[in-house]
Design a protein around this ligand. Structure first.
Ligand code: SF4
Length: 326
């Protein structure tokens, strides 16, 4: 890719501090996202994906320590003053969370909720223009414009998720961060929302950072994937290649883990991956995946492998990965 990246993350560390301990949730993550590109962050719950996404827009609690560099459209996010940060959160980058019922105000019509960021951050927008744009945005996300007068409880889960996407697009951001946007939806609605996001990306030249534990979903909507485990990136590369021929044992297990039909909880705890990710406050020595890895050897319990080139354009952090001969 040429030119400056839209989002530049360099050696990012995020630590949650409590009275008694420090929890390193993200450890030394670096990547670049270019205009019009899309990167998927994959991994189980607790591996640091959402912490990373929230760090980009400084949405983490005050006690959190963030080190490293986050540049959005060339601006240092960690140095932004509060007023600038509030504007950037809507006009440069916006975020779509899962669980739209909790993200929307239950006692406000959705028209008001979608119009609010426009009236706050696009001060040249009149009230009438904002209401017209709300209807346009709803139609763009596949909802009839007359649903603008609805309250959140009058919409289905999939419709509410579309409302959140419309709201995120209100100020024409260049980057959309989608944090598990389809996890709470059934498979059919999930497919519709994914298609919608892919269409919006194409039509508007949006860049997208898409986060989910479901590797197959990411492969459908992203160009590049980063797989995270215990706060670190353990594998990265082009989405389809990585899904087809994962180099890291954790990625292979994640790719092979399918939810059990009829068991909604299995979408969060896929089968085929024994045990749980480690407690970030008490990471094992060596490779953090070794207690769950069927291929672990003695060296895995001692040395923590760094990312190394596994193939052109691909890197993985595993002692078994052999660098290609030049
Ligand atoms: Fe498994 Fe060892 Fe590779 Fe870690 S470094 S993924 S424990 S083989």
């Amino acid at each position: 890719m040429s030119g400056a990246p839209l989002l530049h993350i360099d050696d990012l560390w995020v630590r949650y501090r409590t009275a008694t301990r420090e929890i390193p949730a993200v450890q030394g993550v670096s990547f670049d996202l270019y205009r019009g590109g899309s990167i998927g962050l994959a991994g189980e719950s607790g591996c640091g994906k959402s912490t990373l996404a929230n760090a980009i827009l400084r949405l983490l609690p005050k006690e959190t320590e963030v080190d490293g560099r986050i540049e959005l459209e060339g601006e240092d996010v960690l140095a932004m003053k509060p007023g600038r940060l509030r504007a950037v959160r809507w006009t440069s980058a916006s975020i779509v969370f899962q669980g739209a019922l909790h993200a929307l105000n239950p006692v406000q019509r959705i028209s008001k909720q979608i119009a609010e960021p426009m009236l706050l951050h696009r001060t040249e927008t009149s009230k009438g223009a904002a209401i017209r744009r709300v209807r346009d945005l709803l139609e763009k996300v596949g909802l009839p414009g007359d649903r603008a007068d609805s309250y959140p409880h009058q919409l289905s889960g999939g419709q509410r998720q579309r409302v959140l996407i419309a709201m995120a697009l209100a100020c024409d951001p260049h980057l959309l961060i989608a944090d598990e946007p389809t996890t709470a939806l059934d498979v059919m609605v999930q497919a519709q929302v994914l298609t919608l996001l892919a269409d919006l990306r194409r039509e508007h030249g949006l860049s997208m950072l898409f986060i989910t534990h479901d590797l197959s979903v990411l492969t459908d909507v992203c160009d590049e994937l980063l797989v995270m485990y215990a706060g670190r990136v353990v594998e990265e590369g082009p989405a389809h290649e990585l899904f087809r021929s994962a180099r890291h044992p954790y990625t292979r297990a994640l790719a092979a883990a399918f939810p059990t039909i009829g068991d909604p909880s299995s979408r969060m705890r896929p089968s085929g991956l024994p045990g749980d990710p480690p407690d970030p406050a008490h990471l094992p020595d060596g490779c953090a995946f070794h207690p769950r890895c069927a291929l672990a050897i003695d060296a895995c319990r001692i040395d923590r492998p760094e990312l190394r080139v596994a193939a052109p354009g691909r890197r993985a952090a595993c002692v078994l990965v052999e660098e290609p001969v030049r």
